[in-house]
Design a protein around this ligand. Structure first.
Ligand SMILES: [Zn+2]
Length: 121
């Protein structure tokens, strides 16, 4: 497993980077050249993994490869879920991915008005 952010490799069993908190990815993915930090851009940030999972599934339906990175905020040790979930796509896919994500978010806004915490980055 390897951290796409630091490009450090970690032993099997770890799922997040001890250094920066990013979610580790399998080494094969990294070696395939799929994961190079400079090639990936964050197109969406939220605090719930299910939301990122839902968007990822939609992007996959459009043949866009995406990556979910979860960063725990450890500087504020309060109870509750303070993780930051980032949805990343390759730079070459970012325009299409953004429009898909915006479509989905706008569709959701019709149902939920209190969705203002979800910033498009
Ligand atoms: Zn890291």
């Amino acid at each position: 497993m390897i951290c796409p952010n630091c490009e450090y490799e970690y032993v099997e069993g770890k799922t997040t980077c001890p250094d920066c908190g990013e979610k580790l990815i399998p080494l094969e993915e990294f070696n395939d050249g799929l994961i190079k930090p400079e090639d990936w851009v964050t197109i969406y940030t939220c605090s719930q993994t299910y939301e990122a999972d839902m968007l990822k599934a939609n992007l996959e339906g459009a043949d866009i490869k995406s990556l979910i990175l979860v960063q725990q905020d450890t500087s504020f040790p309060t109870p509750g879920d303070l993780s930051v979930v980032k949805l990343k796509v390759k730079k070459t896919d970012q325009e299409e991915a953004r429009s898909i994500v915006e479509d989905i978010i706008n569709r959701e806004d019709d149902n939920y008005e209190e969705d203002e915490d979800n910033d498009l980055v």
